[in-house]
Design a protein around this ligand. Structure first.
Ligand code: PGA
Length: 253
């Protein structure tokens, strides 16, 4: 089963016009030269930079995504952005349910599922994030937590074509710490099983499951070589063109 590797950059709340544009341009340029012709590149800048980034990556193989959306199409939701607006702004993807949204904005599985449903209906692909906290890991609950998050956050309309799962252990995000490769493979394989139960074997076999949390050039090769790891959701290391591209080059063929 060949699943196309997805190398996705989550810029989070970083970037002003000048450096954001330079970063997007740099990724587009390097992606053209990249030896890996068979992987997909995605950048997810903050909302304010979507327009500039769209221009900067025009004509390249790099795709554009956003970091969150509302579930409504339009209306009285001050400060929010709808999936239709993201599509209009040139996005192909949107990240939903990132642990920073779940924590900072008290987002529940139910809300994440509503966002994912709306985004898919608008023609976007979704990256649905799940992952356990350190306390949950220490209590041996990693698989239970991921199972509950998949069952609660992934909508029935999800397919391998419109949905990507990102497994991001909360304690590994931005900390420089990662689970062992054996632990990552165990969790990814378990996630694929749960997806199989929920959406059927065919979708589970084809759906991409990314690893996220302190992925960097020095650990990318071993993480991306794992059979059930189909790419990365990269935060800190996506803010430097060289690091982001080095991760892509380290991915399996
Ligand atoms: P990190 O973030 O690579 O900086 O750990 C990953 C993420 O939160 O998506």
């Amino acid at each position: 089963m060949v699943r196309k590797t997805l190398i996705a950059g989550n810029w989070k709340m970083n970037g002003l016009s000048e450096d954001g544009q330079a970063l997007a341009k740099g990724v587009a340029l390097e992606a053209k030269k990249a030896a890996r012709k068979d992987c997909e590149f995605l950048i997810c800048p903050p909302f304010t930079l979507l327009g500039l980034a769209k221009k900067a990556i025009k004509g390249s193989r790099v795709m554009l995504g956003a970091q969150d959306c509302h579930f409504a199409e339009k209306g009285a939701h001050t400060g929010d952005i709808s999936p239709v607006m993201l599509k209009d702004a040139g996005c192909q993807y949107v990240i939903v349910g990132h642990s920073e949204r779940r924590t900072d904005h008290y987002e529940s599985d139910e809300l994440v599922q509503k966002k994912a449903t709306a985004a898919i209906a608008a023609g976007l692909k979704v990256i649905i994030c799940i992952g356990e906290t350190e306390a949950e890991r220490d209590a041996g609950k990693t698989i239970d937590i991921c199972t509950a998050q998949i069952n609660g956050s992934v909508p029935e309309c999800s397919t391998a074509q419109n949905t990507v799962i990102a497994y991001e252990p909360v304690w590994a995000i931005g900390t420089g710490r990662t689970p062992t490769t054996a632990e990552v493979e165990d969790v990814h394989a378990a996630i694929r099983k749960v997806i199989g139960k929920k959406l059927g074997r065919a979708n589970a076999n084809k759906m991409r499951i990314l690893y996220g949390g302190s992925m960097k050039p020095s650990n990318a090769k071993e993480l991306l070589a794992l059979p059930d790891v189909d790419g990365g959701l990269i935060g800190g290391a996506s803010l430097k063109v060289a690091d982001f591209m080095a991760i892509a080059e380290a991915s399996k063929q």
